[in-house]
Design a protein around this ligand. Structure first.
Ligand code: 5BU
Length: 263
């Protein structure tokens, strides 16, 4: 059976990367294939949203470079919440430089991304050197990488042959590359890649800057293993509303998964 019709737990045996395995296990434990993208710019709001959605998610996606008051304490508190609520962390940094530079960006600077982020992602534009660079930092720490094979935005150039090239590049680094950011299942039948899909919202077609939305049931039906929802969850307002929205997306995403695998 292709990964598309397998349960998350049965797919564990297809994965050796520790971050991929931890994610699959967390998904099953919490019955959640929801990742919330917390794109807010203050520490107080960031921690409020993470604490509110924590019980409903398997993964928190960050853009740590948009925090105005970023500090070491924020990372400590995020890691404490990750233990309290049982979720993994994915820094959506979209690395895009030569190997030597991404090594520095991933391991050093003020954020030391590799030290706290279980998953991160990279563009394939530079060629395979970007993967070997990131792997030299991430593999010893048990981290995993997602390649950007497709994007959700209108007019994206990441399609067709570009997407195929991303899959080929991933095959050359199977230990570290655990899957793709994509809008649908990628790879051949015998391959098991984790597919994480942004551009998900209920009741909106897009925003004013090119974002395009699909529903959880649509993208999970197309092969998404994890749905990534940002404003659909946190734009609603206070902590209780945010908590309720996250739970609504968790239920939708899980129901779509059960339908896909037929359980
Ligand atoms: P939204 O509020 O649900 O639209 O946020 C989507 C998030 O996913 C946001 O952090 C984007 O940077 C991210 N994203 C995306 O929207 N589309 C893509 O193709 C990729 C990332 Br890759």
């Amino acid at each position: 059976t292709p990964p598309h019709s397998q349960t998350y737990s049965s797919r564990l045996s297809n994965h050796t990367n520790p971050a991929a395995r931890a994610l699959l296990q967390c998904i099953e434990r919490k019955r959640s294939n929801l990742c919330v993208s917390v794109d807010v710019s203050t520490k107080a709001r960031f921690l409020e949203v993470v604490d509110a959605v924590g019980p409903s998610v398997c993964l928190i996606k960050t853009h740590m470079d948009i925090l105005e008051d970023f500090d070491a304490d924020l990372l400590e508190q995020l890691q404490a919440l990750s233990k309290k609520h049982d979720f993994l962390i994915f820094e959506d940094r979209k690395f895009a430089d030569i190997g030597n530079t991404v090594v520095l960006q991933y391991s050093k600077g003020t954020q030391r991304i590799a030290s706290w982020s279980h998953l991160t992602n990279a563009h394939i534009v530079p060629g395979p050197g970007i993967i070997s660079g990131l792997a030299s930092v991430g593999l010893p720490l048990g981290r995993g990488l997602l390649l950007l094979a497709e994007m959700s935005s209108e007019g994206t150039l990441a399609r067709g042959e570009y997407t195929d090239a991303a899959v080929r590049m991933a095959r050359g680094a199977r230990e570290f590359v655990v899957g793709f950011i994509a809008q649908r299942r990628l790879g051949e039948e015998g391959e098991d890649w984790l597919i994480l899909t942004p551009g998900v919202q209920l009741g909106a077609a897009g925003d004013t800057m090119g974002q395009q939305y699909n529903t959880p049931s649509k993208v999970v039906g197309e092969g998404a293993d994890v749905i990534i929802v940002g404003r659909g969850v946190y734009a609603k307002g206070g902590k209780e509303e945010v908590r309720a929205e996250a739970e609504r997306y968790r239920r939708e995403g899980w129901a779509a998964y059960e339908k896909r695998v037929g359980i």
